[in-house]
Design a protein. Structure first.
Lengths: 303, 90, 387
């Protein structure tokens, strides 16, 4: 069944008037997740932008039970909540860990790996803005090569981790990569995850206006360009089989060419030093080559 | 809404938890309902859930909390929403 | 009708915990706590433990999982030691500030480097600022009884704080002693089902732990302090209720041993506390007027009880820990409790660090030094300094 935007449920669990930046991809994604799962959800949130977006005690902008926990402990906290709910006989409640790329790729990777290996019945969702956004735009394991961050001022010298493939090595029932620019795709993936028992992992590309230095109205555009240039792939992993979706599928099969990486990075201030004062051909080529390499590997593994 | 009798960081859901975030705006979305084709892209992409989806799938903007990011105007394919500077003289 | 179980401190602790029917146990192994979690795993396999047993991948995750589970309203238990306790330090603060009554056994083991698995109390002493209620046990029977009492105490509506029950590595954890084990129904009657003071539930959506401004945070701290003060009153009540039901009493905040007419009171904890009883017997036989007040509860610190002692006698303190740059914690906090309120002298000793054996003979030597007026102003490192 092909979903259209109008088919998405009307109910909101996100309440307007939060501390989120204007144009925030996290709340954009969260609204879709809430719609896909519904009110019977308990969310565990480590230190990340969302912990601040919730707003100030004694008020909150989220209309579902949310537990904040220490930065590295989201998946472990979720294991505990799941066990508690199991003992209470509440199989009707979906446990969701909602973390940024910092709490997933770096400090939180141990707890995540443990929870996946232990078969915790929950959905782990990483909203990936490719930086430690909440603490002021420092680099993370998800930050792409050559990107400016406050801790990689001349541009990051390493390439980002392929978290999707690390997750696949845990052989969990379902994992997926999505993007805020494709809400129907994200909705479908979350609903699918909800219907499967065991650990599920969904990573959502979340372009961050202050973090990437682009106009706050362009969040959706940056998401679309990430997919169309191949910087981010939309795919699903189920029962050890990988299926690409949408534009990513067309790129994988060679039916369309991926757009050059410049088309994505030229709008982002975090890559400004690759264009001004003069074009850094070497680094842009390195970025482009790396994206080519990734897709070569995708083709050899998943086509 | 049950309130718990204990002093620890427990918070209760409320609209406008950070105040009237409509005050944050520099630009404000102006909707031309005649142009609107009810695609609902503005509704689904609004990060603040301040594009209100009506029963007939028309939309309205909640100016109390809209932060003026401009995504709704950016994603509207028929340019039914334009961003105007707050306080601009007509 | 009690049974007798003869087993090591760890297996006894596992039995006590399982009898309290926690719904979730999340733990990570570390020597010498391993047999505690293995004990629980055995009960899981036999079906006697019907809860969820989560084999987490680190102690930090163990406490995080206990916090997650406890926040849904269920009863939780775990155990650790030394480096494991230190690794979960951040989450110890979290559990206490979240007011979640996680019950945990800590086996007091030396902190490295180098690797040293023997008894030393620096691990749990260094966690005394976290807000946890802290007990120190000196026998397997006491471990058993204290664990059950701790569930009742921690989950009490006037407390709602996590509780740490510490006992020395190998001396207690791996030494067998006979222990009276009550009937399950008597334990059920003593510790009823947990009624959480707050919980995560879809029927009443709350956000726990978001941003809190300074004046609000201070209120949280104030209530934690008030609840530890409540615990100071409840600990003797619960201990006395246990005595009435099961006929056993190990002291409440302090355990007094032969203090009548004493001119000196020895304050010590844990295994040294047990050895102290033998030392006191010998000292009194030889005419020394010294009694024992074994410190069983370190948090809440029994300031008032210690002041009462200091009004009638001088004090001798033995610490199996050191806060480098200052003194042993018990010595320091005892002096703080009585400052400006009495003329009592307080003589301090440090003994047993790194798992060094402390015999009743050692304790007698320390007490004699203090009694004969040869004690110095500073805390004496027994065995390293001339005694």
């Amino acid at each position: 069944m092909i979903l259209a935007i109008k088919d998405l449920p009307r109910e909101e669990c996100y309440i307007p008037g939060s501390a989120a930046c204007p144009g925030c991809p996290a709340t954009m994604a969260l609204r879709i997740v809430f719609k896909a799962i519904g009110k019977k959800m308990i969310m565990i949130v480590p230190a990340c932008c969302t912990a601040v977006i919730e707003s100030l005690h004694p008020k909150t902008s989220f209309d579902i039970p949310t537990m904040n926990i220490a930065f590295e402990a989201a998946a472990a906290g979720a294991s505990g909540v799941e066990a508690g709910l199991k003992m209470l006989g509440r199989k009707d409640i979906t446990v969701v860990a909602w973390a940024g790329d910092g709490g997933t790729y770096d400090i939180g990777i141990q707890a995540l790996s443990g929870a996946l290996e232990r078969n915790t019945d929950f959905i782990y969702i990483c909203y990936n803005n490719q930086i430690y956004s909440n603490t002021g735009i420092q680099r993370s394991g998800a930050t792409p090569y050559a990107a400016w961050t406050t801790t990689t001022v001349s541009g990051k010298t390493e390439f980002r981790k392929e978290m999707g493939e690390i997750i696949q090595a845990h052989h969990i029932p379902y994992a997926a990569q999505a993007c805020v620019a494709y809400p129907e795709d994200l909705f479908r993936k979350i609903q699918k995850a909800k219907s499967i028992k065991g650990p599920k992992y969904i990573e959502i590309m979340a372009p961050c206006p202050p973090g990437w230095r682009f106009g706050m109205e362009k969040t959706v555009e940056m998401g679309t360009m990430a997919v169309e240039t191949g910087a981010w792939a939309l795919y699903e992993y189920e029962n050890d089989k990988v299926t690409f979706n949408g534009k990513s599928k067309l790129i994988l099969e060679g039916k369309i060419d991926r757009k050059p990486i410049e088309d994505w990075i030229k709008y982002q201030g975090r890559f400004r030093h690759l264009f001004i004062p003069k074009k850094d051909v070497k680094r842009i080529k390195a970025l482009e080559d790396h994206v080519d390499q990734i897709w070569e590997r995708y083709r050899s593994c998943y086509l | 809404m049950k309130k718990y009798n204990i002093s620890t960081t427990i918070s209760y859901p409320v609209k406008g938890a950070m105040g009237r975030t409509g005050n944050w705006r520099v630009f404000k979305p102006i909707l031309d309902k005649k142009k609107c084709v009810k695609c609902l892209r503005c509704w689904i992409y609004c990060p603040e859930a301040t594009v209100i989806r009506n029963k007939d799938d028309t939309v309205d903007i909640d100016y109390e909390y809209c932060k003026g990011c401009g995504i709704c105007a950016n994603v509207c394919k028929v340019k039914a929403i334009v961003m105007e500077r707050e306080g601009a003289k007509k | 009708m009690s049974q007798v179980m003869i087993d090591t401190g760890n297996y006894i602790a596992a039995k006590a915990a399982v009898m309290c029917k926690p719904e979730v146990v999340a733990a990570y192994p570390i020597t010498p706590q391993t047999t505690l979690v293995e004990g629980v795993a055995n009960y899981k396999a036999s079906g006697e433990f019907k809860g969820e047993y989560i084999c987490v991948e680190s102690e930090h995750s163990a406490m995080a999982a206990c916090i997650g589970a406890s926040s849904t309203g269920v009863r939780t238990f775990t155990g650790t030691s030394s480096h494991g306790l230190l690794l979960m330090h951040e989450m110890l603060h979290w559990a206490a500030l979240a007011r979640l009554p996680v019950i945990m056994c800590n086996i007091n083991r030396v902190v490295g480097p180098g690797w040293n698995i023997w008894a030393d109390e620096n691990d749990s002493i260094s966690q005394r600022d976290t807000g946890w209620i802290q007990f120190y046990c000196s026998s397997n029977q006491e471990i058993f009884d204290t664990i059950i009492q701790s569930f009742k105490l921690g989950e009490h509506e006037k407390v709602s704080l996590p509780v740490m029950i510490s006992y020395n590595a190998f001396i207690l954890s791996h030494t067998s002693m006979p222990v009276y084990v009550p009937d399950q129904k008597d334990v059920d009657n003593f510790v009823k089902k947990r009624i959480p003071k707050w919980k995560l539930e879809v029927e009443n959506p709350i956000t726990f732990g978001n941003i809190i401004l300074p004046h609000e945070y201070e209120k949280v701290r104030r209530e934690m302090q008030n609840c530890q003060e409540n615990a100071k009153k409840l600990i003797p009540e619960i201990a006395s209720e246990w005595k009435k039901k099961f006929g056993r009493f190990h002291g409440d905040l302090l355990e007094f041993y032969k203090c009548e007419g004493a001119e000196y009171i020895l304050l010590s904890m844990g295994a040294i506390g047990a050895e102290s009883k033998v030392a006191i017997d010998n000292l009194q036989k030889n005419g020394f007027k010294v009694g024992l007040a074994r410190v069983r509860t370190f948090r809440p610190f029994p300031q008032e009880e210690i002041l009462k002692l200091a009004k009638k006698a001088d004090l001798i303190v033995i610490d199996r820990n050191i806060s480098i740059g200052n003194e042993g914690a018990l010595f320091n906090e005892v002096k703080g409790s009585i400052y400006g309120k009495t003329d009592a002298k307080v003589h301090g000793f440090i003994a047993g660090l790194g798992g060094k054996d402390v015999t009743f003979g050692d304790i007698e030597t320390m007490c004699k030094k203090a009694i004969k007026g040869k004690a110095t102003d500073h805390q004496v490192w027994y065995g390293l300094e001339e005694v």
